[in-house]
Design a protein around this ligand. Structure first.
Ligand code: KIV
Length: 262
């Protein structure tokens, strides 16, 4: 698969639905690339779903460069979006410094939350492809409830999305908004909209990989569990403990295809 740059992703709008998954580690990224998913988001959700923090606000740029590097090693041919964590985009120069760190670690573009138009413009003017993010923006949200249910809130989301596009973003994530607002934004904007809890009419859909895997103990209602990996881990741990206790392991090791064992 040839890596898709920003222009190629923009050209998918109205033609091909865009599938995006988050990834934080090398083996997961390798599998996502093998599945021909064209875009991986290394999101600051890593803080909550992998690091045990209560909020994405605890994620640092060092955490993000570590994960972007791991994902790039697993998915050399996939477009990788690196998320700018809380306050690392607080002004244009700070954002440029941090965005360059994500790019140096292996990202092709960066994502930031909110209508920070001066920041987006500064990044784009300096050659950095930017993905916007509006609707529910977890870094600053006071609650995780749906955004845009009142007319005034919906108008604000629409205005923010247009401002993000005009500032130069090539794509935008729409999080947890009414489905009809997701459809209106998709019709109004010239850039692809990627929904997460934003309805079926977006140009693409993103899922947090842990939610898709059923890994963890909470999954948002707008996500889908394609597997139940937490259950599998529990089963594996219990089976292993039992076999150590009974001394069945390691006498019963069976070579697994691709395990490298003779
Ligand atoms: O950080 C992240 O993973 C995200 C997705 C929820 C879109 O922003």
């Amino acid at each position: 698969m040839m890596k898709k740059h920003a222009q190629a992703l923009m050209e998918m709008k109205g033609r091909t639905p865009i599938a995006m998954l988050t990834a934080y580690t090398c083996p997961v990224a390798r599998a996502v690339e093998r599945a021909s998913i064209p875009v991986i988001l290394v999101g600051d959700t890593v803080g909550m779903v992998e690091m045990g923090f209560e909020s994405t606000r605890d994620v640092t740029i060092d955490h993000m460069t570590y994960h972007v590097g791991a994902v790039r090693r697993g998915a050399p041919e996939t477009h990788i979006i690196g998320d700018l964590p809380y306050l690392t985009d607080k002004d244009p120069d700070t954002a440029l410094w941090n965005a360059r760190r994500l790019i140096a670690a292996g990202a092709d573009s960066v994502k930031l939350e909110g209508a920070k138009t001066e920041v987006i413009r500064h990044l784009v003017d300096n050659g950095i492809a930017v993905v916007g993010h509006t609707g529910l923006t977890p870094q600053t949200a006071k609650s995780f409830t749906k955004v845009g249910r009142t007319e005034q809130e919906a108008r604000q989301v629409l205005e923010d999305a247009i401002a993000i596009q005009e500032a130069g973003a090539f794509m935008i994530v729409l999080e947890h908004i009414p489905y009809d607002l997701g459809a209106t934004l998709t019709d109004t904007l010239g850039i692809p909209t990627i929904g997460i809890g934003a309805g079926p009419d977006c140009d693409g859909q993103v899922l947090v990989i842990n939610d898709a895997l059923g890994l963890g103990d909470y999954w948002p209602p707008f996500s889908k569990q394609y597997a139940h990996v937490s259950r599998t881990i529990l089963q594996v741990a219990e089976d292993f403990a039992g076999e150590v206790a009974s001394r069945e392991f390691p006498n019963n090791i069976i070579a697994f295809p691709g395990s490298g064992k003779a």
